[in-house]
Design a protein around this ligand. Structure first.
Ligand SMILES: Cc1ncc(COP(=O)(O)O)c(C=O)c1O
Length: 431
């Protein structure tokens, strides 16, 4: 065989200029994730032998948050049985039926399997929702802070408005602000329980949002309606006493305008398995199926079969979720109490009591006290205390507000106890 072509020799020297000349502006200008950047910094410190309590990533360490054994064993069994061909583009029938049954049982909404479209995690159905509903230049809306909407808006070239919210409203918009944001809007995105804040929308407020959508669309007559993508990827992980509802259960007339997006990623500590879905009006499902099919972004068949097996067994599924909630509340509870104790000792720290998901909103009131930006605070805590947090800027909230996200998916209660001590020492050293 002749000498292999050394491809790099034939490429232009200025890679960035060549990339910009070759790919579209939309792709050339797509930003990277700030959280992944912080994660790289954490790993560099760890490689130097530094102990870091990594509260940055919205993922799980399986030693702390194991997969349901029914899923891990089910996946292996399906591979061994040779279940390795293409699945139907919108999911295997068993899984679609199991998801419809789950929503009927736990959310009180009976869509039927024909309304379910499975994808490889929540992201493909989310991206597909954006593609289905928006055209370039359309007005789209989401609320601050929240995860990843800016990327979808960028891909779809929409005129996106980020509507601010207040900490005292748990970072959800008031019903009035929500209703006002719908004017001229094609797609509004709501996530609850909310990443990054760990808060959950209340029943009354969600009812108000749903009614506002119905009213807005009534006023549009036969014009194009506003649709809400309701991202409920953390919905089984609510804190004790906190309820989760679908807007469709609260105001059934909103059903034509809601796409639920969801996955096993978070509630079953299965981020790497890539099983998610959308649940929507059945007349939209075929369009989402077409997009998922052409992109090839379906979930692997063994993972789908194993997920279906567990969802079809409510007792086993619920037992796993009880354990999952317990592991989360052990960690978030410890973190919350630790921060409240620091506050009681006079430190300028606070947090919002956990309501759902795997996150906590932490407020470090240090701006103007030796720090000018969230980034300075983040970097100081990482270097001095070995505590890695993510500023809310990573969730599109531009202000240096002193708000940070802590994610407990990869830490033990013991890790947290030690980290809280280090954090207190580091903060005191700068006061
Ligand atoms: C709020 C929210 N929605 C959706 C997703 C995407 O989930 P998946 O990994 O299933 O694509 C995430 C992941 O971090 C998330 O935080």
């Amino acid at each position: 065989m002749s000498t292999p072509v050394d491809v790099a020799r034939f490429l232009p020297a200025d890679h960035d200029a060549a990339m910009r000349r070759t790919v579209t502006d939309v792709m050339a200008n797509l930003r990277g994730s700030m959280i992944l950047g912080i994660g790289a910094e954490v790993r560099a410190l760890q490689a130097e032998g530094r102990e870091v309590c990594n509260l940055t990533i919205g993922d799980f360490r399986s030693a702390q948050f194991p997969l349901p054994t029914q899923i891990s064993e089910g996946v292996l069994a399906a591979y061994k049985e040779g279940q390795t061909g293409y699945p139907p583009a919108d999911g295997v029938p068993e899984l679609k039926a199991a998801i419809a049954a789950l929503y009927k049982r736990k959310l009180g909404i009976d869509y039927g399997a024909a309304s379910v479209c499975v994808g490889s995690g929540a992201r493909p159905p989310m991206y597909a929702t954006w593609r289905l509903i928006t055209r370039p230049g359309d007005r789209t809306v989401s609320f601050l802070p929240a995860w990843n909407n800016s990327y979808y808006a960028h891909f779809c070239e929409t005129e996106h408005e980020f509507v601010p919210t207040l900490a005292e409203n748990d970072f959800f918009p008031t019903v009035e602000a929500f209703a006002a944001s719908l004017k001229g809007t094609r797609l509004v995105v709501l996530n609850s329980p909310l990443n990054p804040t760990g808060t959950a929308v209340s029943r009354d407020v969600l009812t108000g949002y749903a009614q506002a959508i119905v009213d807005e669309n009534r006023s549009r007559g036969s014009g194009r309606p506003v649709v809400m993508m309701f991202d409920q990827v953390y919905w089984l992980l609510t804190a004790e006493g906190v309820e989760h509802h679908s807007p469709v259960a609260l105001v059934p007339e909103v059903a034509p305008y809601i796409v639920h997006t969801d996955a096993i990623s978070k509630c079953f500590a299965a981020t790497g398995l890539r099983v998610g879905w959308g649940v929507m009006p059945s007349y939209m499902q075929g369009r989402m199926k077409a997009l998922i099919g052409h992109a090839g972004s379906w979930a692997p068949r063994p993972e789908q079969l194993a997920t279906a097996w567990l969802l079809q067994r409510p007792e086993q599924m619920d037992a796993y979720i009880v354990g999952m909630r317990g592991r989360i509340s052990d960690r978030l509870g410890l973190l919350y109490r630790g921060l409240q104790d620091m506050k009681a000792r006079g430190l300028p720290v606070d947090a919002i009591a956990p309501q759902g998901a795997i996150y906590m909103s932490i407020h470090l009131d240090l701006i103007g006290r030796g720090f000018d930006t969230n980034e300075e605070i983040r970097s100081y805590l990482l270097q001095k205390a070995g505590v890695a947090l993510v500023p809310f800027q990573a969730f599109d909230m531009p202000e240096n507000s002193g708000w940070f996200r802590a994610s407990i998916g990869s830490v033990s209660p013991e890790d947290l106890a030690v980290a809280l001590d280090r954090m207190e020492t580091a903060i005191k050293a700068r006061l």
